[in-house]
Design a protein around this ligand. Structure first.
Ligand SMILES: *Cc1c(COP(=O)(O)O)cnc(C)c1O
Length: 360
């Protein structure tokens, strides 16, 4: 079977050249006579690879030396809990902006470890708008937000301003490296790799080093980001295969021209799809406030939900997968992450126009 156009929300499409390189190196990686996943993480070849990936990420996103880059496990969800463990002491509070499913979950999972203050929420608008932050606490341990909400299809186009001295923490699981990133605006950025960066099972974290020194609470070393930073993310056996694939994807991003080029491409992809939806005379509909529309996850509904099953069946027959919307919201969702080419979006909009004509 040929490769399909993959619009899955996550795990999601990887660049074909990355998969081909991984395939070519599967039996013999860098002359080792073994796959990278069969080698010790403490051996020189893998240690060198880890250092190389660190350098590539620093180059890709212009990350300064006062930030550590960690490769962790547990998914973004585990870090919803581990972030307050590391950044907040007993009795501290932290501010949360709630703009959809994932930021809501982040706030709930943090609650056993920090006094969570939801300072703004767009739940009352069914998450079709962005929450407006006011009354931020200048003594908060941190301010947390989710720049792109994968399920609700809403995205912040501006970085919220945290009060002086309050580190901004961002869950970038579904928008990491999809456009230029000014890391100096953040105290901590984290992302499950499986949307924009690689396979599941790896979390990339970029953390300002002074935050590693916060005295918070007693906990096992395996939970301490400082412990991971001291040991180059190798306190225990890391997901070497996922780390390697994320590294290949970072190299691919550099070859594409870096974040400015990929950002331009992502903007054009989303614009084409939204233009098609808005220009369909109501056949397709996206209910998100225009200023809050996500470039990464485009939600849409057909004018008649009775056509949903047919739309999915025919789109799959036309070589497109992953278009079924999240079960909470129904309808459709096209995820347009880095590895989804413009050709895929062109194929999708051609299919949508054709479908609307045939089932008018
Ligand atoms: C997918 C996703 C998560 C959950 O990631 P896991 O790795 O499954 O824990 C969290 N936040 C956002 C924004 C996501 O898109």
């Amino acid at each position: 079977m040929a490769r399909v156009w993959n619009f899955s929300a996550g795990p999601a499409a990887l660049p074909e050249t990355v998969l081909r390189q991984a395939q070519a190196e599967l039996l013999d990686w860098r002359g080792q006579g073994a796959s990278v996943m069969e080698l010790s993480h403490r051996g020189k070849p893998f240690m060198q690879l880890a250092a190389e990936i660190d350098r590539d990420i620093r180059e890709l996103a212009a990350i300064p030396d006062d930030y550590a880059i960690l490769f962790l496990q547990g998914g973004a969800t585990q870090h919803f809990a581990q972030i307050p463990m590391n950044l907040a002491a007993e009795g501290d509070s932290a501010d949360y902006l709630v703009s959809g499913h994932w930021s809501d979950k982040a706030a709930h999972e943090a609650a056993p470890y920090v006094n969570v203050r939801v300072v703004a929420s767009s739940a009352g608008d069914d998450y079709r708008t962005l929450p407006e932050a006011s009354d931020l606490d200048p003594r908060a341990a941190y301010l947390h937000y989710t720049p792109n909400e994968t399920i609700h299809g809403v995205e912040f186009s501006d970085i919220p301003a945290a009060p002086e001295g309050v580190p901004l923490v961002a869950d970038m699981s579904s928008d990491i490296f999809s456009q230029p990133l000014d890391v100096s605006r953040f105290g901590l950025v984290y992302a499950g790799a499986q949307k924009n960066l690689g396979p599941s099972g790896v979390v990339l974290m970029i953390i300002r080093r002074d935050l590693l020194d916060r005295a918070t609470r007693p906990m096992a070393n395996i939970f301490r980001y400082a412990g991971q930073a001291e040991r180059d993310s190798m306190l225990n056996t890391p997901n070497t295969w996922g780390w390697y694939l994320a590294g290949l994807t970072v190299k691919w991003l550099l070859e594409q021209g870096g974040l400015a080029a990929i950002g331009e491409r992502n903007r054009a992809k989303a614009e084409l799809l939204y233009r098609t939806i808005d220009g369909s005379d109501g056949y397709y509909r996206n209910d998100v406030d225009v200023a809050a529309r996500s470039r990464m996850n485009v939600r849409f509904n057909l004018h008649d939900a009775a056509l949903d099953a047919l739309f999915l069946q025919e789109s799959e027959a036309a070589g497109m997968i992953g278009l079924k919307g999240h079960r909470v919201l129904g309808g459709m969702r096209a995820s347009l992450y880095n590895a989804v080419p413009l050709d895929a979006v062109e194929a999708l909009v051609a299919f949508m126009r054709d479908f609307a004509q045939r089932h008018g």
